[in-house]
Ligand binder design. Sequence first.
Ligand code: DMJ
Length: 643
Amino acid sequence: MTTPALLPLSGRRLPPLNLGASAFPHHRATLRLSEKFILLLILSAFITLCFGAFFFLPDSSKHKRFDLGLEDVLIPHVDTSKGGKNLGGFLIHGQGHDEHRHREEEERLRNKIRADHEKALEEAKEKLKKSRDEIQAEIQTEKNKVVQELKKKDSKPLPPVPLPNLIGINSGEPADPDIREKRNKIKEMMKHAWDNYRQYGWGHNELKPIARKGHSTNIFGNSQMGATIVDALDTLYIMGLHDEFREGQEWIDKNLDFSVNSEVSVFEVNIRFIGGLLAAYYLSGQEVFKIKAVQLAGKLLPAFNTPTGIPWAMVNLKSGVGRNWGWASAGSSILAEFGTLHMEFVHLSYLTGDPIYYNKVMHIRKLLQKMDRPNGLYPNYLNPRTGRWGQHHTSVGGLGDSFYEYLLKAWLMSDKMDTEARKMYDDAIEAIEKHLIRKSNGGLTFIGEWKNGHLERKMGHLTCFAGGMFALGADGSRDDKAGHYLQLGAEIAHTCHESYDRTTLKLGPEAFKFDGGVEAVAVRQNEKYYILRPEVIETYWYMWRFTHDPKYRQWGWEAAQAIDKYCRVSGGFSGVKDVYSSSPTYDDVQQSFFLAETLKYLYLLFSSDDLLPLDNWVFNTEAHPLPVLHLANTTLSGNPAYR
Ligand code: DMJ
């Protein structure tokens, strides 16, 4: 749950140029093809010449050759009654038998060699007559053939595995007409966001709703990967927007290509693309989503090629070269990034029968388990070369957040079999409660940030997801503290609601303080923005599911109305730069997570609980629902491919 795009990118370097063969795999294939062709040409000319020379030599020399012992050695084995024997393509004649037939045969061979020779020379002349462009076009055709072959190989259907129990893919229509109306309003907002993206940003990663054109940030690299399409698919499906879903599916089928020279965030691509594709697959059963998810995962794997197996933050999808964000402490990878791969990677192994994905994420877990943790806290930064922590900063918001979330969800997703993950979650939460969670003077519970032995009394919008996490983890908590964690979830939900309620627009700021008389209010100008984030609504939804306290629907409705009033423009929805200003300015970005998360959580908040029940589905950090897999702790033994 981190947003590197919003963090300073100072000192960001261009990726190192890899001019080795691996940087240009097609080039390599091309060179091989043309080299092969020339080599064949030379070889055939050479063989032709040898044959020619051999047969055109005077008879004496030919006899000399046979006299060099060959005949002596071979004759005892030759059945002379049949007049000769063909050895290795050379005709060896018998003793004076059928001299005439031999001459004829020799003549026939000579003619054939002459003809072959002339043909080869003609072909060579033809080749030389061709212009550079023509030769290049031929090479390009060969190259395309190779690419097509590779693509065909990539799209091979995967071995079938038994599908997990997919319960609760239904309409979730609420009985209460007032709630139904609210839900319809959320669906209408989704239509508005989608239709405008469809019209002005189709295929781009995101939409600029005011400029009415495509938008992208460095997390998606420099290519148009249709992030909004992939991220929005399952929301469209759940809302019953099937025409829109099909449009998205068609685009993905025809256009989503991962062999692009583009450097992307491993974390973002995992949670939005792989998570989105997997969820779309489980909901709709359409194979194309599974195939694309697996293709993409293969492109992320080179990011794990580090001395420790902790992946780089970014990877070039074509070359496989990885590196870390320039702004990260001491060349480190980020906890919330390399620690937020588990759910998707377990599903990839489950669906493909290939343990590689599972092994990668389990390796990360094992490594983290072995490390010392200052005060039991996990720092946000870990160097993938040395395996040492970077700065000792700990956060349940940006840079740390979804790592904790995925420990809990790994346990839930394994049908509570992965007790190792649950233990790590419990240990981490205990340390967080002890060192980071405090009550403000005004009685608001908040989660601060740990920076080199000091608690910063500031909470981010991102941190607000933790209310839902505490509630989700209450059942099964250590020492039967379920009531305590549900209460903690409710307190965080309340604090985050206050951060919305204390603004002019009734929308939450990016970060808010609890210091020197300030309570749940942003102080710095660059913390006053709202970019359509979901975390507060996400917590309302979990709290609603676990308590059915109507205040959560009420708070969700307040947020939905505020978004519709202040973020809606004719070209979609935009973030706003200052939630305390009565005349806000827009940031002109419709984030893909607005469709994936914010609108989905709102829709679920006004749906009945039998739509995607939490006993059967676990939502990844981008709100993509993945089914619970009834798997043993670390063996994936539910999948026949592993037996
Ligand atoms: C989303 O992409 C995910 O929730 C991620 O984990 C963190 N941030 C954004 C939304 O704010």
